[in-house]
Design a protein around this ligand. Structure first.
Ligand SMILES: *Cc1c(COP(=O)(O)O)cnc(C)c1O
Length: 564
């Protein structure tokens, strides 16, 4: 493959600030990185010629402990990159201020179902040649101030292009910028195109770079788009010509999203609705959408893997076959879910000793604790919740999620939820599990009866954990935003909270609707109509998993972006 080999075949290069490969490699924070991991898992299975570049995150993303009050205690994740990857020989450097920063790369090979391997390179500035502070550039995920962040993005974008070249990947067909963090790829491409074609005019340069870039935007929240003062960019990147920096800045700022939009031929949002919102946010750019998906084998629990292996043999290779789950007997689906649920309940009881039971209706909610996700909506009217549990049927609730270390509000929210948990404890058992990561997600999501999602509209670009739930026969109860606008067939694949009639969410209306659904529809069916319940589980898999998987997503990237 790529060892300075001139015959190197054509490749797609994916650039992502985070990639979730394995929970033991804490270089990811949440949905964005895990999605990148799923893209690569599918590419490996489907033999898509892709190579990925990300940062080493030497100190790991945070390990979360929670004390009795719900204070988040942040411990460094304990990991060594050389336990998982191999150090490559080439080193490259990027000019920063008046010095050069050296970068090395660690290679991880992701192996697909048929043995095809996709290389992932972790860029690392932790070298003796660098000063102490430069060595720390790749230590923390989304850590530090804006200067630190821009340094990381210089390493990822500019360092990433240089490293691929040094590793012998000289035939990159498209650079896929997964979110704006890697938009400085374009600066390096501009520089190269100018060197190779000194006669090119501005328009020709833009055209040439565009042919080489694809951009996926992931957030409809303005604050989620990286922006830096142009002065800071000019100061850090003074090794580039001022003319070049002017070309990538807009007025007084370097806006990574605008930069990626300007220099990409193909641009997409991550769900239909998110595409529409992005077109409104950035008028004039041809923004398409490719709805996210999750890797079907990776996110299916053991009991369901066994069931699918027995009943729909081809599903591992071809997840479209999950459609044929409609013909699996309901009893088999009920049994597989009971096994997944038992594993979760046993874990909860072992850790928290609160005696949750296997037969009680169990609601799950786990994701990054960000305010717009409203993890506490379910507790907004505790009396009503208790009444429902008393009069309609018992409820137990399992929660998890980390707040970003600098997210004060998010940390307060966890404490508020701990207060709610204490107040409810005589009537409803609720636990908040520590350190939500990919491993815990694989236990919680398949083990609950209903997967809850209550974001403030229209802020959920896509959401992916509900897709993981559907693979395991777990229906969603969710706000109609992101992927759920496409995946919800009311009373068939799950249930909606609220409507799409208004643009903005109303917390109290959404909460009332959530309680109404639980009281009038979901709990009565769960406790007295097992047949109807199993039918929903079956449709959830057949309709949603056969579509919201990363094999389908990668096929759409191939068709529309990688090899149009
Ligand atoms: C899937 C996953 C996420 C993303 O879930 P959303 O529903 O998209 O917020 C975040 N963290 C972990 C550990 C996950 O497995």
């Amino acid at each position: 493959m790529a060892r300075g080999n001139k015959e190197e075949s054509i490749r797609i290069a994916l650039f992502s600030m985070e990639i979730g490969i394995d929970h033991k490699m804490p270089t990811y924070g949440g949905g964005l990185g895990i999605l990148a991991g799923d893209i690569l898992r599918s590419c490996a299975d489907m033999r898509v010629p892709i190579v990925a570049v990300t940062l080493a995150i030497n100190k790991g993303s945070l390990f979360q402990r929670l004390d009795d009050e719900g204070n988040q205690i942040e411990l460094p994740a304990d990991w060594r990159i050389d336990d998982f990857t191999t150090l490559m020989a080439p080193k490259v450097s990027v000019p920063i201020e008046d010095r050069v920063v050296k970068i090395q790369a660690w290679k991880y090979l992701m192996t697909g179902i048929g043995g095809y391997q996709v290389p992932v390179y972790f860029l690392d500035t932790n070298l003796f040649e660098n000063s102490t502070s430069d060595r720390e550039i790749t230590y923390y995920l989304y850590g530090g101030d804006e200067r630190y962040r821009l340094l990381q993005e210089i390493v990822l974008g500019i360092g990433g292009v240089r490293m691929l070249n040094a590793l012998g990947y000289t035939n990159i067909r498209k650079h896929h910028l997964n979110e704006g963090h890697s938009a400085l790829v374009t600066l390096e491409l501009i520089k190269k195109i100018k060197e190779d074609n000194p006669e090119y005019k501005h328009e020709q340069i833009i055209e040439s770079v565009r042919k080489k870039c694809i951009f996926t935007t992931h957030t409809p929240v303005q604050a989620g788009h990286d922006r830096f003062p142009a002065q800071l960019a000019k100061s850090l990147l003074r090794g580039f010509g001022n003319g070049e920096i002017d070309e990538i800045c807009h007025g007084n700022e370097l806006n990574m999203t605008l930069l990626a939009l300007e220099y990409s031929e193909y641009i997409n949002g991550v769900a239909k609705k998110h595409g529409e919102i992005s077109r409104n946010m950035f008028p004039g750019y041809p923004i398409d959408s490719i709805t996210n998906g999750v890797h079907h084998v990776f996110w299916t629990s053991e009991p369901f893997r066994k069931l699918y292996d027995t009943c729909i043999g081809g599903w591992r290779k071809d997840p479209f076959d999950l459609r044929y789950v409609v013909s699996i007997p309901k009893e088999e689906i009920i049994l597989a879910h009971a096994e997944a649920k038992k594993r979760l309940i046993d874990l909860v009881n072992a850790r928290h000793g609160i005696g949750m039971d296997y037969d009680t209706f169990t609601l799950g909610f786990a994701r990054r604790v960000a305010m717009y996700k409203r993890a506490d909506l379910i507790f907004s009217n505790p009396d009503r919740l208790v009444n429902i549990a008393k009069n309609t049927g018992p409820i137990q609730i399992i929660l998890a999620g980390k707040a970003h270390p600098s997210d004060i509000e998010g940390k307060e929210l966890i404490k508020t939820i701990f207060g709610d948990i204490k107040r409810l404890k005589d009537d409803i058992k609720v636990v908040f599990l520590e350190n939500y990561d990919m491993e815990l997600a694989k236990l919680i999501i398949p083990g609950v009866d209903v997967w809850l999602n209550t974001p403030k509209r229209p802020l959920e670009a896509s959401g992916t954990s509900g897709m993981k739930a559907s693979l395991n026969g777990v229906p969603s109860l969710s706000i109609l935003d992101g992927w759920w606008l496409e995946g919800c067939i009311e009373g068939v694949t799950g249930w909606a909270i609220g409507s799409v009639a208004t643009d903005q969410s109303d917390d109290s209306k959404d909460a009332e609707d959530l309680y109404d659904k639980l009281e009038r529809v979901i709990l009565p069916m769960f406790y007295s109509n097992g047949g109807a319940w199993a039918q929903i589980m079956r449709y959830t898999i057949a309709f949603n998993s056969s579509f919201f998987n990363s094999h389908r997503m990668v096929q759409q990237y191939l068709l529309n972006a990688y090899f149009p």
